[in-house]
Design a protein. Structure first.
Length: 379
């Protein structure tokens, strides 16, 4: 059995940020366990290693398949981290007209575009640049990927974690504190807790929708942002679909791109093959932005509802929403102070957002570090 003071379950932004903060505090007795083979969680990108029927070798991205924007004007904690890491950012391109399909039968029309306030910002290199920069501050020996945590058992002074790898091999860890860096609903429905979580807490976690879990995005890459030459912003709105909202995803100094949110409900998408969905999206791009938009250099559909480490069946039936944050830990009993939730959904200010991952991680760490200080004071 492996023993550590802190076990972090989940290698998305909140888990990685917590690990980096522990390193900076001089605390190295921890482990980060990630179920996927890659880190980042819901932050993922299309680049030369992506999946598409087209050749991606010359795609100069990356392009976000998960979250895309942040807002420095009021997400200041995240903005400070971006500045600290030296990451360059730029404003979302919004200059020009928007193309709108007002009904399933009406032809597209151009309408005057508008600039959002506060300005939506993007990172050079996409959100994956943030993951890479945070990860660089972590001892790689503290990170283990490809391990799915199946159970947590609380004892008097520690928690035992049981995990399974892709080959079915089991490993166990004993930790004084466990930080859950995965969505509340996913944790409640995929991890066995011994003893069970308090019923009110379990109900809260189970009723908290996982942001993006029911969503799908389409990204199309082009040689140039030709729509800008037509006085278009790259933004589109549609009541015909399959995409309901489209934006310019071009990267400064890189390839041009458009991306859209697919409006078909997750349950209905299960019956549609990716090749068919890509063809439908290409046809829509051509309707809105001209024939050139229908022949991208590369394209991909990312359906988060098919991600077993993001979505559970309950997520597929609900609407995507940024709901109120649930309680992050039990108020009493064997799990109090031992198990703390810190994925983005536990953020009081920005649940589900990238900024929420940072806020929730900081709040979770505050609880753990305080408990560790109390323990040291009694020794």
């Amino acid at each position: 059995m492996n023993k550590v003071r802190i076990a972090i379950v989940g290698g998305g932004l909140s888990g990685l940020h917590a690990a980096r903060r522990l390193e900076r505090q001089g605390i190295h007795d921890y482990v980060l366990l990630e179920a996927r083979d890659a880190l980042g969680g819901r932050i993922a990108s299309l680049d030369a290693s992506g999946t598409s029927t087209l050749d991606l070798a010359s795609v100069a991205g990356p392009f976000d398949l998960g979250p895309t924007w942040f807002w420095p004007d009021y997400q200041r904690q995240l903005h400070r981290l971006v500045e600290e890491l030296g990451l360059a950012h730029f404003a979302q391109f919004e200059s020009g007209d928007t193309v709108v399909e007002n009904s399933p039968t009406a032809p597209p029309v151009r309408v005057r575009g508008y600039v959002n306030s506060p300005t939506s910002m993007r990172l050079i290199g996409g959100m994956s640049a943030l993951i890479d920069a945070v990860r660089a501050g972590i001892d790689p020996e503290r990170i283990i990927t490809g391990l799915v945590v199946r159970s947590l058992r609380s004892e008097k002074d520690f928690v035992d974690l049981t995990s399974v790898d892709s080959a079915g091999r089991t490993s166990t860890w004993r930790a004084e504190h466990v930080l859950l860096a995965l969505p509340p609903r996913l944790a409640a429905q995929t991890i066995r807790f011994e003893p069970p979580l308090p019923e009110p807490l379990a109900d809260e976690w189970n009723s908290t929708a996982t942001w993006m879990a029911a969503q799908a995005k389409y990204v199309a890459v082009y040689d140039t942002p030709f729509w800008r030459e037509q006085g278009l912003s790259g933004e589109g709105r549609s009541r015909r679909g399959p995409m309901v909202e489209i934006h310019d995803a071009s990267m400064p100094g890189g390839s041009a791109a458009l991306f859209g949110f697919i409006g078909i409900p997750a349950q209905a998408r299960k019956t549609v093959d990716d090749d068919v969905m890509r063809a439908l999206c290409r046809a829509q791009m051509a309707r809105l932005f001209g024939p050139q938009a229908g022949t991208p250099r590369a394209d991909v559909v990312k359906d988060w509802a098919r991600e077993p480490f993001t979505a559970v069946p309950a997520d597929l039936a609900g609407e995507a929403s940024h709901g109120p944050a649930p309680s992050s830990m039990a108020s009493s009993g064997p799990w109090h102070g031992r198990l703390i939730g810190m994925a983005s959904e536990w953020s009081p200010q920005f649940p589900g957002y990238v900024a929420g991952a940072i806020e929730a991680a900081e709040l979770g760490l505050k609880v753990v570090l305080s408990a560790m200080a109390d323990t040291a004071g009694r020794e």
